[in-house]
Design a protein around this ligand. Structure first.
Ligand SMILES: *Cc1c(COP(=O)(O)O)cnc(C)c1O
Length: 407
């Protein structure tokens, strides 16, 4: 059944606006998605009607705020199919979730241990592991890319070994939009007794994600890329592992008892949630999950899949365009370049902006991939449920102008 995209678009106030005198064509959803009215409304309603600190007060407002926050946690539990609600930890986003794990593993990872990442990670799934390896003396290894820009698993047996303690991989690449074969990587990691962290920042908005079916040990994502507010994200971890790990930040909310000499820590999830949380952001993220559920994540996936296929076809007909990892499965994004001497992706982005089209240009916080292709950056068109084929036609026309001007 086809979605009523015009009805969906009408829920996003920002999509009515013009940019440079043209209707906005927002194709930068990989950087952040727009927010529907229902998300804006619940945040406004919280501040106007029951703003209070959570888990502390006996008074009515505090109890209402706590209830709404904990309802949101359950929504997210169901959304990612976590076994227990206390496996869902609130963070500021994907970056903080990865840093949470890298920090609490400081006392767990030892000098002879190995951590495995891939050549197709976002900087936030590279730098914290480099920092952890510096702190502990552990070794960082990576799964390389093929010439086409897809993960090369042929050497997996020599990369993931008995020394591997943790493997970190994104499910969908933000830079190329490629869907990575994480099931195979998780299976191999578990054979060797290693834990697996999945960076789901670009998969959760576009495709059903089931942490129990994946059997990943940790999974992180950001609210703002899935129609929710900025500043809120999720760190999921298996209960048995989280119970073994030390806390992240110290402070209020995460303790059982504090004396001047020593403290004992609260149970999950609070052990990892020191300080006053982003209550409005959490409630807003809960509403974003409601928005997605009302449409259905599979229906969102199918609609975006049609957009990706249509955009691929149309791009392929233009002269002088290179699409990266063209033959790999994609979700939500396509990365490409105009192959003219001296033309930078930002030149293309500027011409498109004049026509009201928002795309991302540059290295997309994934410089190792750019080094791999020996390019400074790409143009990335990334999609959400409210995008249409007509918008892709506007993009293609804009690219024809860019080709005429730059070619
Ligand atoms: C956006 C993104 C991140 C970082 O997310 P933040 O919201 O900036 O913390 C990490 N990994 C991937 C794959 C991303 O797309």
């Amino acid at each position: 059944m086809a979605l009523d995209i015009q009805q969906i678009r009408s829920q996003f106030p920002i999509l009515q606006r013009q940019v440079n005198g043209q209707a906005l064509v927002y194709l930068d959803n990989g950087a952040t998605s727009q927010k529907p009215q229902m998300v804006l409304d619940v945040i406004d309603h919280y501040y106007k009607n029951y703003n209070a600190n959570v888990h502390r007060g006996i008074h009515t407002l505090s109890q209402e705020a706590t209830d709404k926050m904990e309802e949101a946690r359950v929504k997210i539990q169901n959304f990612i199919h976590a076994k227990h609600v206390h496996e869902v930890i609130f963070t500021r986003g994907t970056t903080e979730g990865i840093n949470l794990l890298a920090t609490v593993l400081s006392s767990v990872i030892k000098a002879n241990d190995e951590i495995v990442i891939t050549e197709i990670e976002h900087h936030s799934n590279i730098v914290p592991w480099q920092m952890l390896c510096e702190r502990t003396g552990a070794t960082l290894k990576f799964i390389p890319l093929t010439a086409d820009g897809i993960l090369d698993l042929t050497q997996l047996d020599t990369i993931i070994t008995k020394n591997t303690k943790l493997v970190c991989v994104n499910q969908v690449s933000n830079a190329l939009g490629v869907v990575n074969p994480i099931e195979k990587i998780i299976e191999k990691a578990h054979q060797e007794g290693a834990w697996v962290l999945v960076d789901a920042a670009q998969s959760v908005p576009h495709t059903p994600v089931d942490v129990q079916a994946l059997d990943c040990d940790f999974l992180v994502f950001s609210g703002h890329k899935m129609y929710g507010p900025t500043g809120i994200g999720i760190f999921y971890g298996k209960e048995a592992i989280l119970n073994q790990l030390p806390p992240f930040h110290g402070g209020g909310e995460m303790i059982k008892e504090v004396t001047m000499e020593k403290s004992t820590y609260a149970c999950l999830p609070f052990k990892f949630e020191a300080g006053t949380p982003d209550v409005a952001g959490i409630i807003g993220l809960g509403a974003a999950v409601d928005f997605i559920n009302a449409i259905g994540i599979q229906a969102i996936h199918d609609h975006e899949d049609q957009l990706v296929k249509y955009c691929m076809e149309q791009l392929s007909q233009l002269d002088g365009i290179k699409i990266y990892a063209k033959d790999a499965p994609h979700a939500g994004a396509i990365s490409f370049n105009l192959l003219f001497d001296g033309v930078h992706s930002s030149d293309v982005g500027m011409i498109l902006d004049k026509k009201g089209i928002a795309v991302r240009t540059g290295h997309h916080c994934a410089q190792p991939i750019m080094h791999h292709f020996n390019i400074p950056g790409t143009v990335r068109a990334s999609f959400a449920v409210y995008n249409t084929k007509e918008e892709i036609d506007v993009l293609i026309n804009g690219l024809k102008t860019a080709i005429r001007m730059l070619g």
